[in-house]
Design a protein around this ligand. Structure first.
Ligand code: PGA
Length: 242
């Protein structure tokens, strides 16, 4: 794991946005693995700015997102589809036919199989990740197995509480989601994870220095050969103590 401890979230956003811009410039047909949550918003803002100013071309780019809530009505502002449109897709020249976010159509099993089939066709050249305070990546909650593929998941109470800030009330936070599995995430050629703030420090410390265990799903990334982890000082504080 390559660990980068930078001075501010702004510096991290710049560094990570530059990796994505370089990827797309070097390969206009890149497959980008994308994430939601508060962590990637700054990166997406910089991709939009770069597209407006320097016309980086997303016409032939394919995107695959990590996960999506189950049960929100179509068009709900907190669905990850709407999140991605609002923060990125509506502002770059991506072809919406090449944009992929998991969703339920038919049974959960059929929907998961359909996303796995898609992921076998479109392996991310670079996958962006955040990390949950409980060590989840995507919605792979503690207990998720290393060989997991796309699956539906009962969200951990901690995750629902953490995400309640985006909703009017905790009761509105969906209880279930569909997510790429750990093995899908590990297929990405390169992984870039961002963590900022003291609330992530414990998970970050265990991800990097702890044992590889399903109780801290991000620890599986220790087994991936091409991972960059971008941290601010708060998220890195337990590492810096060592
Ligand atoms: P956050 O979530 O970016 O909203 O902190 C990260 C995650 O749960 O993966």
């Amino acid at each position: 794991m390559n660990i980068h401890i930078l001075r501010s979230k702004a510096e991290i956003d710049r560094a990570v946005a530059d990796l994505f811009i370089e990827q797309v410039r070097n390969n206009p047909k890149s497959v980008l693995g994308l994430a939601t949550g508060s962590t990637p918003i700054g990166v997406y803002g910089l991709l939009v700015k770069d597209h407006q100013e320097h016309h980086t071309d997303y016409k032939q780019v394919t995107t695959v997102n990590l996960d999506e809530y189950i049960g929100l009505p179509e068009g709900h502002p907190e669905s990850y589809k709407e999140f991605m449109r609002r923060n990125l897709f509506n502002h770059i020249n991506v072809d919406f036919n090449r944009v992929h976010i998991p969703f339920i159509k038919g049974t959960c099993e059929e929907s998961c199989q359909a996303y796995n089939n898609l992921l076998s066709q479109f392996v991310p050249d670079i996958q962006l990740l955040g990390i949950g305070a409980n060590g989840h990546i995507g919605f792979n909650e503690p207990g998720t197995k290393a060989d997991s593929k796309t699956h539906t998941v009962l969200l951990a109470e901690k995750t629902r509480l953490d995400n309640a800030r985006f909703f009017n009330h905790i009761d509105e936070v969906p209880t279930h989601a569909i997510t790429m599995g750990i093995s899908n995430i590990m297929d990405a050629k390169r992984i870039v994870l961002i963590a900022t703030g003291a609330s992530k420090a414990d998970a970050v410390n265990k991800m990097i220095t702890g044992e590889v265990t399903e109780s801290l799903p991000a620890s599986f990334l220790q087994r991936h050969g091409n991972v960059d982890i971008f941290l601010d000082k708060e998220a890195a504080k337990l590492l810096l103590k060592k």
